[in-house]
Design a protein around this ligand. Sequence first.
Ligand code: 3PG
Length: 396
Amino acid sequence: KTIESLGDLQGKRVLVRSDFNVPLDDDKNITDDGRIRAALPTLKTLLDAGAKVIVAAHLGRPKGKVNPDFSLAPVATRLAELAGVKVTLAEDTVGESAKAAVAALEPGNIVLLENVRFNAAETSKDDAERAAFAEQLAALADVFVSDGFGVVHRKQASVYDVARILPAASGLLVAKEIESLGRAVNNPERPYTVVLGGSKVSDKLGVIANLLGKADRLLIGGGMAYTFLAAQGYEVGTSLLEQDQIDTVKGYLATAKANGVELLLPVDTVVAPEFKPDAPATVVAADAIPADQMGLDIGPKTRELFAQAIATSKTVVWNGPMGVFEFPAFAEGTKAVAEAISSSDAFSVIGGGDSAAAVRTLGFDESTFSHISTGGGASLELLEGKTLPGIAVLED
Ligand code: 3PG
């Protein structure tokens, strides 16, 4: 259901769930405001329709306790700048401050409720407890718009339960994410290539298992590649290795072969004696990693191999960096993949979290990718083929 399905919103109180879980530095400066920018089209649409906009969001995992370190104050300031309207931050989520702020809210302005996760009921596993909190949230508004794509995989009060109480619709961001990721996942133009990176295989087990029946090519880089290399019988030195996943990974290698999925692993790697930005880096073949060195990036031959696979694909999904891109000496692999995707004509989706941050911090033009997702876990669960509670509830 779209925003239009909610009818005339003039003067109506609209509760929007956004994902404002943005990274902050030690001085509480927002280091990547991508998620706030991505929320603007929905908020502007509602403001233009004359709605009174109330936003619920979380920051971090404050574990059900009020904690100023997780306050949405920096978000309120940035949102006011970007949206160009008055944003009032309520001191609580559903208490007296929130009620008073909503009562004083004029159409065309925004009230941002303080971190929903300051309330233990938000993330409770107890359905009744969550529902009771959702009732309090719902009492602040007339209708609900679900636009926090990054949290739609969470069965939480402000994502799931509130949508069962108020008339509910998906916002523009959620609609765009589902359309773009859905196109890649369910109906990809082929060859369909998925590039997976990041540190752990164990975070992506479901994704790999599902893709081995869907994708034409799977390119594996990042820390997780070393468990694949070990499963092939290579020594990986002091690289990240999940010993307990080796048998599972051997199974993946066999399934890939049986299903005719081209599974590309690094053929060379950039190694260093320690995990430090200025550690001396050398390139070695993937089957010749010295015992006292760790792999921190894919090597130049692998970059070339991956770039070629990407260049000849019609659909490319990328999730997870190829190396420790935060250290310039080990950012070349991630850069090469971003470059190859950016210059290809394929329909391309960058999964959220680290790869989206990499694309932005490495200075790529965002418009050269078909879609950059704001979801980390949520986009991975879609790639796993899972039903997301926050989406399913809107379809009910
Ligand atoms: C994210 O950052 O992926 C989302 O905001 C969800 O956060 P969570 O993993 O703490 O639920």
